[in-house]
Design a protein around this ligand. Structure first.
Ligand code: GDP
Ligand code: MG
Length: 441
């Protein structure tokens, strides 16, 4: 996919005369690629029509960087499709909010509502889970198991067969217990059928959720629009979560879900585990959709900001997929040298959301400096290993003492390291473009 888009754009930049024919050829290639990524045909067609309006052929002929103009236009249009223009309801800590999860069977509702609960629990919320799926045998056991693992209170029944009754009882129970996030997991069916939608409508009517989240599997393909629309017609869907983004699917169906529900994507699921859950970030998502990979923007930046003589070594390490604390240290040094740090690393999903929230660059900078002080107290062995198990309690205590920090701060730093190492490992085996070569779009 990325290949075909790059080829299309490469053709553009090689063509000496940029005429309408070349632009059309390029857009046709991009269209094919987006359709392969499961973006709905109508969305693609509207987008290419827009691009033709935006991209001024005369400008192109005048020797501007054609490739950049087209790539930027495509990228921006896709970002626009993912922005429904209004944010979703955001629950407030300390005030009870009811959140209902809907979607077809297997889309990941039960997994996702536990992840959602766990995510908020870590941030100091008091979440609780209600299993209103009486359709699938074992549904309650599954939720119970998840909830127990995450130490989250749960409610359900083996005998009651009325999902509405369970939902209402569960919500009441947790309101009394002052939970501030009451999450209602619902049933699904393999097919979209009237009974399912009627059940969703009744559960929603009885529990009056503050937010209904439509959970969709990233691999659902062209069916996404109709499915999302069908749910939206029965319940007031206000947000979307896309699951299984760790798989092969590019998730183009998510654009349809946003268009059909007029609701934003808020999180993505990136694995079966509780913590494999990320705040949705539009740019990396679009990059992936276009086959650029989350890292290609980052690669361009590496070429820009990492000193020339360090580039080959860093790129080599990247392709090996090893991420040591020393590499992290060196990258932090580079970040601090760069000035407005947010800009560069904002294109990395993990970096931007957690380590460097937008608008809080100063804080982030302070945090990076703190981490570096801690790393200054590490031995070479510790800095050069890519095995976090080496960091025993006694080593962590020594580092904390040596750097004048708290043990939990060193542990935070190690968590950050592990998260980055995980992202880094995705780079393994990647063919790294050399400077000046096209890195996909
Ligand atoms: P439900 O029927 O909608 O409640 O879906 P489940 O939560 O039971 O999930 C169905 C399957 O998808 C389970 O095997 C989950 O472990 C798996 N699953 C859910 N989310 C993800 C994800 O983000 N990544 C991966 N790889 N698997 C997931
Ligand atoms: Mg379920």
């Amino acid at each position: 996919l990325g290949g075909s888009i790059s080829r299309a754009l490469q053709q553009m930049s090689n063509a000496t005369i940029i005429d309408e024919k070349v632009l059309n050829e390029c857009l046709n290639e991009i269209t094919r690629a987006l359709l392969q990524a499961d973006v709905q045909f109508k969305l693609v067609r509207d987008m290419t029509t827009n691009i033709k309006k935006i991209v001024n052929l005369d400008d192109l002929a005048a020797g501007h960087n054609k490739r950049r103009i087209i790539q930027q236009a495509v990228f921006n249009e896709l970002c626009k499709i993912l922005d429904p223009g209004k944010p979703s309801f955001t629950p407030k800590k300390g005030k009870p909010s009811i959140v209902m999860f809907v979607g077809l069977q297997g889309s990941g509702k039960t997994t996702t509502c536990t992840k959602y609960a766990y995510y908020h629990q870590k941030k100091g919320w008091k979440p609780a889970l209600v299993c209103a799926d009486t359709f699938r045998a074992g549904a309650f056991d599954q939720l119970k198991q998840n909830a127990t693992k995450a130490k989250i209170p749960f409610y359900g029944s083996y005998t009651e067969s009325d999902p509405v009754k369970i939902a209402v009882d569960g919500v009441e129970t947790f309101k009394k217990e002052n939970c501030d996030l009451i999450l209602v997991d619902t049933s699904g069916r393999h097919k979209q059928e009237a009974a399912l939608f009627e059940e969703m409508r009744q559960v929603a009517e009885a529990t009056k959720p503050d937010l209904v989240i439509f959970v969709m599997d990233s691999s659902i393909g062209q069916a996404a629009f109709d499915q999302a629309q069908a749910f939206k017609q029965s319940v007031a869907v206000g947000a979307v979560i896309v699951t299984k983004m760790d798989g092969h699917a590019k998730g183009g169906g998510a654009l349809s879900a946003v268009a059909a529900t007029k609701s934003p994507i808020i999180f993505i699921g990136t694995g079966e585990h509780m913590d494999e859950f990320d705040v949705f970030d539009v740019k990396p998502f679009v990059s992936r959709l276009l086959g650029m990979g989350d890292w290609s923007g980052f690669m361009d930046k590496i070429h820009e900001v990492v000193p020339m003589d360090q580039q080959p070594e860093l790129l080599q390490k990247l392709s090996e997929g090893h991420f040591t604390l020393r590499i992290m240290y060196e990258q932090f040094q580079n970040i601090l040298k760069m000035g407005p740090i947010g800009q560069v690393f904002s294109m990395l999903p993990g970096f931007s959301a957690e380590l460097m929230p937008k608008g809080r660059e100063n804080e982030s900078q302070a945090k990076i400096k703190r981490y570096m002080t801690m790393m200054d107290s590490m031995t070479n062995e510790e800095l050069d290993t890519s095995n976090p198990k080496l960091m025993t309690d006694s080593r962590i205590m020594r580092i904390a003492r040596g750097s004048g920090h708290q043990v939990h701060e060193v542990m935070d730093m190690m968590e950050e390291y592990k998260r980055l190492a995980k992202m880094w490992s995705k780079m393994k085996g990647l063919k790294i473009p050399k400077k000046g070569e096209m890195s996909a779009l």
